[in-house]
Design a protein around this ligand. Structure first.
Ligand SMILES: *Cc1c(COP(=O)(O)O)cnc(C)c1O
Length: 476
């Protein structure tokens, strides 16, 4: 905006905007400078003055004599915010359980406690306590993974993308890998199977068609260049209609007949049989290994419900080979991940009762609709204090597994929908996301709602409080 179009009050405000240098010398900021640093406060003052100047130029009106106090207040708020960090807990009311943008799986309480315990002091990460010598960093998780999956050995890396890359390079570097055209998956962003294979230094040999791949397609493609048969879980899409895919068992038989190993990228890493809860069967890690696959890879933070990690599990020979590669060092996980993963796997070792109760993602997925109804009814009652005109309704909905897993699974859910005359849904949604404890709600066809399936125990109180605050009521 040019100077000419400014009105008198804008000009006065701009003149009244205090100089950063003068403020820094004054009493008002002395305590904050003492607590933090001159550099910290200077930066905050510059940023907030700039914002305020922008607001004045954009036509916001302020009384000139209040600007200095306003700036002081904003600097203090921003200082607290910055010290608090930008990465924070949020409430997931979207109904998508493994929500990649919201950090995928919440950790089990036991896993969190283990992280705190192991990392708040020293730990035996690479120290063999009985032997008083250097030890291996993965004994705990390896042991648990062997017991849970039946694998001879296991290796944990940064995520499943890393696991696939490392396994491919260890099993087939500079050689050919056969994969069905129906499994050329893009997981999202930069994970596309053909690109991953190129980066891993292996050559992709595509076989079959998008909808149909036969065993003979693999058979015909095998030649002296072939090092590996690969199968990739379709994860985030389904091929319907006139389809045919080669089963893990068939691939294993073919591999054995032709002396070729089989690698399966399972994606989700389901270790717990949820029966028909999702209407579709998700292959379990232990099933696939039992079928004779040489190596499987899977994520730690999808259906498994642990920290971000990737697991390579299977025959000792291959896992060792992967562990010896320089890439393994580059992709290795730290003690926080190992502590969280080991504690999560221990819950699985205890069995179904512990799993259902303690793995938050699985608890949400397996929660009976009647449990959601109880929470929903309680919320409705609490919200009966809202001004007349505001309607709160419980509406049946469908939640999703998310995280690129089980796209066709249907999870019956309930959502709390809010309606009011003249209700500015977009403003409400923006305000919800800007709270100290942000709430990410569901926006659908001009309606805002809170899906109850993805709320953690206690989250419903925050949702209730937020709704009451918006309609200008104190919650109790
Ligand atoms: C999710 C997924 C990956 C990537 O796993 P990250 O843990 O996100 O790296 C790879 N392959 C498949 C089949 C997946 O579903």
């Amino acid at each position: 905006m040019s100077k000419q179009t400014l009105n008198e009050s804008q000009k006065e405000c701009l003149r009244a905007l205090p100089q950063v240098g003068r403020l820094l010398e004054g009493e008002q900021y002395a305590a904050l400078i003492e607590e933090t640093s001159r550099h910290w406060v200077t930066q905050l003052l510059r940023d907030e003055s700039e914002l305020l100047r922008g607001e004045i130029l954009a036509g916001h009106t302020y009384a000139a004599d209040t600007l200095e106090a306003l700036l002081l207040e904003r600097v203090h708020i921003r200082s607290r915010e910055r010290r608090h960090g930008l990465l924070k807990r949020v409430i997931n009311a979207t109904g998508v359980v493994v929500h990649t943008n919201l950090g995928r799986s919440p950790l089990a309480k036991r896993a969190l406690e283990r992280v705190v315990e192991v990392s708040s002091g020293y730990c035996n990460l690479e120290y063999d306590l009985p032997g008083r010598r250097r030890g291996g960093r993965m004994f705990g998780v390896q042991d648990a993974l062997r017991q849970l999956t039946g694998a001879e050995d296991a290796l944990v890396v940064n995520n499943n993308a890393a696991a696939v890359m490392l396994a491919l390079s260890a099993m087939a570097e500079r050689q050919e890998v056969i994969l069905s055209r129906g499994e050329l998956v893009e997981i999202g962003g930069s994970f596309r199977i053909p690109d991953v294979m190129r980066t891993a230094g292996v050559r992709l040999r595509e076989v079959g068609c998008t909808n149909r791949t036969h065993l003979r397609d693999y058979e015909d493609a095998i030649d002296e260049e072939t090092a590996l048969l690969l199968k990739v879980h379709q994860s985030n899409y389904v091929i319907k209609g006139f389809t045919k895919e080669v089963s893990v068992e068939e691939l294993v038989a073919l591999g054995q007949a032709r002396g070729l190993p089989v690698l399966v990228d399972l994606g989700s890493g389901c270790l717990f049989d949820v029966g028909d809860a999702f209407q579709v069967h998700e292959p379990l890690v232990q099933e696939v290994l039992r079928a004779g696959v040489d190596v499987v890879t899977f994520s730690g933070d999808k259906l498994l419900g642990g920290p971000q990690a990737g697991v390579i599990a299977g025959k000792k020979e291959w896992v060792r080979r992967a562990a010896k590669r320089p890439l393994a060092r580059a992709l290795r996980v730290d003690k926080l991940t190992l502590a969280a993963l080991e504690a999560t796997l221990q819950i699985y070792l205890e069995g179904p009762v512990a799993i259902r109760a303690e793995i938050p993602g699985l608890s949400m997925l397996l929660r009976d609709i009647s449990a959601l109804e109880v929470v929903g009814r309680a919320l409705e009652t609490e919200l009966s204090v809202l001004p007349s005109g505001v309607t709160v309704s419980l509406v049946p909905s469908l939640a999703a597994v998310g995280g690129g897993a089980l796209p066709s699974a249907t999870l019956p859910s309930l959502q709390l929908a809010i309606d009011a005359p003249g209700f500015d849904i977009e403003a409400f949604d923006k305000w919800l996301r800007a709270r100290q404890l942000p709430i990410v709600a569901r926006l659908d066809r001009g309606r805002i709602s809170f899906d109850l399936r993805t709320l953690l125990p206690g989250d419903e109180h925050h949702v209730c409080e937020a709704i009451c605050q918006w309609f200008d009521l104190d919650s109790k």
